[in-house]
Design a protein around this ligand. Structure first.
Ligand code: ATP
Ligand code: MG
Length: 352
């Protein structure tokens, strides 16, 4: 039986995860495969309960599970703890590292009925439909770091191994193959040796995907193009730091932060979570938008379990409730009827 470790975590995580589970249950009703869902503690909730942000039992369960569904971690209550014991450094980074999650995937898609809520012009965002793939466990964030005393200086090394580049580029091609077959590899090959290496490997891998069109773009140009003409992009693949910056930029093209799903993968295994945090300002008030988590659950069905049809159905149900005018507070304009977290979850289940 496939296993899913469910980690509600803190703040609105405890409200949005039950909605995602409700939707999953409805979407999987007729599925012959039966799933085992088990809940574990993580983050501040785990600190309060057992004194540690990432209890051994949770880590162990996540290692054994096929997929992890995470709500959100952290909150002001635990911000006064020493850095290493805080929920983010004590749980989120270690769990990614322990599970070897090297690929972060963020689909950015403008849902037609949300165009008017966008902060950007309609003609710029109306056809946005892309996936940004960021390398997550290599590059400058993980390279050697240090300081020199005389003269005073500091350095971070940007290093990539061949296999690290190859596997993320391959995922880029595979993803593009399942979509509009356009892959844009983002680098800074006019300046960086690691980027020239990246580009060589991309060209090599491209030979195995003659059906996918590969183009290269410098990161500075990519940032400009994302804002100027985002609909040109189908799949973007890039290294860790460039991806960190570009995914945040791209996320604004898809409307509210409450809509953004993400997956962090190691092969088929994945951790799925909304791109937003625990939103302490609205926690416990039935106000949070559960759609990013519901869409993350759809990604789980697609990427870890190859249940594309079920994933499509969830995504279509989300688009449908938005078309019908269902809005949580973050999506609402003055005069809109506002739904709570639970009511939005119910609406998606009904649309299924
Ligand atoms: P983290 O450090 O965990 O990423 P953060 O401080 O960046 O957290 P979030 O928790 O993502 O911030 O919240 C940022 C703002 O967005 C808050 O005002 C919050 O209420 C709002 N927000 C975040 N997620 C949602 C959601 N699902 N629905 C509605 N509003 C949200
Ligand atoms: Mg944040």
């Amino acid at each position: 039986m496939p296993k899913i470790a469910v980690l509600p975590g803190d703040g609105i995580g405890r409200e949005i995860i039950p909605e995602a589970l409700k939707v999953l249950q409805a979407a999987l009703e007729d599925c012959p495969v039966k799933f085992e869902f088990d809940r574990y503690l993580i983050g501040g909730a785990a600190i309060d309960e057992v004194g540690k942000a990432l209890p051994a039992e949770t880590l162990d369960a996540c290692k054994k599970a096929d997929a992890v569904l995470l709500g959100a971690i952290g909150g002001p209550k635990w911000d006064t703890l020493p850095a290493k014991e805080r929920p983010e450094l004590g749980a989120l980074l270690p769990i990614r590292k322990e599970l070897g999650l090297y690929a972060n995937i963020r689909p950015v898609k403008m849902i037609p009925s949300l165009i008017s809520a966008s902060t950007l012009r309609e003609e710029v965002v109306k056809n946005v439909d892309m996936v940004v793939i960021r390398e997550l466990t290599g590059g400058i964030y993980f390279g050697e770091k240090g300081r020199n005393e005389n003269p005073k200086a500091a350095y971070d090394v940007l290093l990539y191994h061949e296999d690290e580049i190859r596997r993320i580029i391959e995922l880029g091609f595979e993803t593009a193959r399942g979509r509009r077959k356009k892959l844009c590899s983002v680098d800074k090959a006019n300046v960086l040796e690691s980027s020239r290496f990246w580009r060589e490997i991309a060209e090599e891998v491209a030979k195995e995907y003659p059906d996918v069109e590969l183009m290269h773009m410098y990161v500075d140009n990519a940032a400009m193009q994302l804002v100027r003409y985002p609909e040109q992009f189908d799949v973007i693949v890039t290294e860790n730091m460039f991806g960190d910056i570009l995914t945040d930029l791209a996320s604004m093209l898809g409307g509210s932060i409450g809509m953004l799903a993400s997956a962090s993968l190691s092969g088929k295994k994945g951790l799925y979570e909304p791109a937003h945090g625990s939103a302490p300002d609205i926690a416990g008030q039935n106000k949070a938008n559960p759609l990013a988590t519901i869409l993350s659950a759809a990604m789980m069905l697609r990427y870890t379990f190859d249940l594309n049809e079920e994933a499509d159905r969830i995504e279509q149900a989300v688009a449908k409730v938005l078309d019908q005018g269902c809005r949580t507070a973050d999506l609402a304009k003055p005069g809109d009827k506002v739904l709570g977290t639970k009511e939005m979850g119910d609406a998606v289940v009904a649309a299924l």
